[in-house]
Design a protein around this ligand. Structure first.
Ligand code: ADP
Ligand code: MG
Length: 191
């Protein structure tokens, strides 16, 4: 089984590259952002709480996330080749609970970090905002999300570095070039 945790700032290309990896390796793609936005759309009580957090550019609380992830793992097809975690974990606490959760299901994962310069992140997200219709793809919220990333998500890299399954990729390059780098890293990590 190949489980990949794809990390990176908002706009670093996680969604774009997850689609590529899902296709290339036959993996299930779990975008926590998409899952949460789906919950919002459903109009549930949980969805309403989530909506407020997302619109403000904040992270959804860890305990809410845990439920979403476990639910997803439980309903994976039995013959699954593995999954991609896109947008999770975003805090060290979430990384710790993901390690426990994976252990419970006798799984492991490698973490790949997409590093992208800040001005490129902003440009990409503003561009995406023109078509995404996402409430958080505007300059003010983008700045806040990047600050939240530095504050809460960046330390996650140290967590995986410590665990010895940390890989990093220069995400500044074109979509195709980043995909090639990802393939190389996965080759290396699974050899
Ligand atoms: P994330 O899921 O990490 O927030 P996305 O995959 O949604 O990021 O990418 C954000 C935006 O940047 C999208 O509009 C996407 O088309 C674009 N994008 C993604 N990767 C690249 C890249 N390597 N070069 C240029 N634009 C990119
Ligand atoms: Mg995304």
């Amino acid at each position: 089984m190949l489980n990949i945790i794809l990390c990176g700032a908002p706009g670093s290309g996680k969604g774009t590259q997850s689609a590529f990896l899902a296709e290339k390796y036959g993996l299930q793609h779990l975008s926590t952002g998409d899952a949460l936005r789906g919950e919002v759309k459903s109009g549930s009580e949980l969805g309403k709480k989530i909506e407020a957090q997302i619109a403000a550019g904040n992270l959804v609380p860890d305990d809410m996330m845990y439920g979403v992830i476990e639910h997803y793992i439980e309903q994976l097809p039995k013959d699954s080749k593995g999954m991609i975690f896109d947008g999770y974990p975003r805090t060290v606490a979430q990384a710790e609970s993901l390690t426990e959760l994976l252990k419970k299901y006798h799984m492991e994962a490698i973490m790949i970090d997409l590093m992208v310069d800040e001005h490129l992140l902003t440009d990409r997200l503003l561009e995406r905002g023109k078509i995404s219709g996402r409430a958080d793809d505007n300059l003010e919220t983008i700045r806040h999300r990047i600050a939240v990333y530095h504050d809460q998500t960046e330390p996650v890299a140290g967590y995986y570095l410590h665990q010895g399954n940390y890989f990093v990729i220069n995400g500044n390059r074109s979509v195709e070039e980043v995909s090639i780098q990802l393939e190389k890293v996965i080759d290396l990590a699974t050899r």
